[in-house]
Design a protein around this ligand. Sequence first.
Ligand SMILES: [Zn+2]
Length: 145
Amino acid sequence: MEQFTGGGTSALTEYKATPAEQELADFTATILADTEDVWNELIQNYREPTLVLFSGRVSSACGFASSATGPFFCPADENVYIDLSFFRDMERKPGASEDFAQAYVVAHEVGHHIQKLMGITEKVQSQRGRISQTEYNQLSVRLEL
Ligand SMILES: [Zn+2]
């Protein structure tokens, strides 16, 4: 679930979840609200991210994204993009508790938002071209952990 930083203009249209997806959409919104309860406690004047649900493809301030991208956070518009078709695919995978996995995905993207608010994203991105690609990749991996 890369943090998507491509360039582009945002032309968001509200995605209407299908009845089958409505439960996923509600669950996602609930998890996001839970993270906000926590971060509003921990960060003064916490700026909450905006949830954008999509299925298939979406345009963001970080460029176009498709299901191949999966869920992502765009630092340029501070939106958390959740691909409902990605969640639906997760449901079909045997094993891992879907609820936990989906909650983890949302919390992970909110984590990128926190990194942006704390200036960590910018610090890492400012290293691009100043350090070797290997070192830069290592920093990018650390942003994911
Ligand atoms: Zn990530």
